[in-house]
Ligand binder design. Structure first.
Ligand SMILES: Cc1cc2nc3c(=O)[nH]c(=O)nc-3n(C[C@H](O)[C@H](O)[C@H](O)COP(=O)(O)OP(=O)(O)OC[C@H]3O[C@@H](n4cnc5c(N)ncnc54)[C@H](O)[C@@H]3O)c2cc1C
Ligand code: FES
Length: 312
């Protein structure tokens, strides 16, 4: 009888470390139970996990940021989706790293997780980025969109060694680069490098909306400038983008202007994460017939080709 390996599952995970960089940003690592190893070791960058948060306690009142005082009191019934910043497979285990921003009732509770605590994780879910068969991969990360692109860059490095990677990272301000290991230049405070990419000798171009690090302006502006100056071979180039929807829309426009194929990772509020509740629709277009239809972000995505999405 043919035995099919399940592609996802529900697993127990133990917290190895949960470290806050600031009130807003934290990095958590989980070790998954042994039976998750085969499945998770094949996880693609851009895939995600749904984490159970319902049983977690709230932190002490005085450590809840004022803007979250009210929302933090809400019940958290549904699991929450998070993509992987890294998946490391050892001999007997698999360790998943997640970078998360504290924005509401669930993520403030995640801050209370300590080493040894157990959580339930469903994953890996959705379809991630496809690996490049091109010579140049351009990664465009906006704010909280960084984690899956950090994962993608290390997978490309190990599995596609002939592909050159160039990264563009944009955030509102230097403090929002907290997802990265930021190394500041001794003489020029705006000139910084990002440890995750530096380690792999990947050039990261940085922009901030307020000019507090790198160039001032949107990440898609420095991307466009770079494309004009460097004129890469478009037949041998692919773009990958993850971040807020307006930034993805702008990346899709750059992709179309320069005729470079582009995959984008979209975000939707997710309940089931597996295609059952139909709550995460993404409007798409069939280019041959010019008809619009819906795909599900959790099951068909979260990664889509930028030209199949109807940008609102
Ligand atoms: C596929 C996928 C991967 C993700 N990966 C990460 C990750 O790696 N790191 C990370 O920090 N976050 C990630 N997120 C977002 C994360 O799921 C939400 O921040 C989290 O669910 C918020 O839960 P909460 O109860 O704390 O806040 P909520 O009270 O649910 O929301 C707080 C605020 O955040 C907004 N928000 C919440 N979820 C989303 C969403 N999915 N899209 C747009 N706005 C949203 C709400 O509108 C609200 O303003 C991902 C989301 C998806 C769909
Ligand atoms: S979250 Fe339920 S169908 Fe996508």
């Amino acid at each position: 009888m043919e035995h099919k390996t399940p592609k996802k599952g529900i697993f127990n995970a133990s917290v190895l470390q949960n470290r806050a960089f600031s009130d807003k940003y934290s990095r958590i690592t989980f070790e998954l139970e042994k039976k998750a190893k085969t499945i998770f070791s094949k996880a693609a960058a851009g895939q995600f996990a749904e984490i159970e948060v319902a049983g977690l306690a709230l932190p002490a009142q005085n450590s809840i940021p004022q803007q979250l005082t009210d929302v933090s009191q809400r019940n958290v019934i549904l699991r929450r989706p998070f993509s992987f910043a890294d998946v490391v497979t050892g001999k007997d285990s698999v360790v998943v790293e997640i970078l998360y921003a504290v924005v509401g009732a669930a993520t403030i509770r995640m801050k209370t997780l300590k080493t040894g605590d157990k959580v339930s994780v469903i994953g890996p879910l959705g379809n991630g980025f496809s690996l490049p068969d091109k010579k140049l991969a351009i990664l465009v990360a906006g704010g909280m969109g960084a984690p899956p692109l950090v994962h993608l860059s290390s997978i490309i490095k190990s599995q596609c060694p002939d592909t050159e990677i160039v990264v563009f990272v944009g955030t509102k301000s230097v403090s929002d680069l907290a997802f990265f290991e930021v190394k500041a230049d001794k003489f020029d405070k705006k000139k910084i490098t990002l440890g995750e990419f530096d380690r792999h000798k990947i050039k990261a171009h940085i922009s901030t909306d307020d000019g507090s690090a790198g160039s001032k302006g949107f990440v898609t502006e420095i991307l466009k400038q770079w494309l004009k100056e460097n004129k890469p071979d478009i037949n041998n180039t692919i773009m990958y983008a993850c971040g807020p929807e307006p930034m993805l829309r702008a990346s899709a426009a750059v992709s179309s202007e320069f005729k470079i194929p582009c995959q984008v990772s979209l975000e939707r509020r997710m309940a089931c994460g597996t295609g059952l509740c139909q709550g995460c629709a993404v409007k798409c277009i069939d280019k041959k017939t010019n008809t619009e239809f819906y795909k599900l972000c959790c099951k068909d995505g979260p990664v889509f080709w930028s030209d199949e999405v109807v940008w609102q």
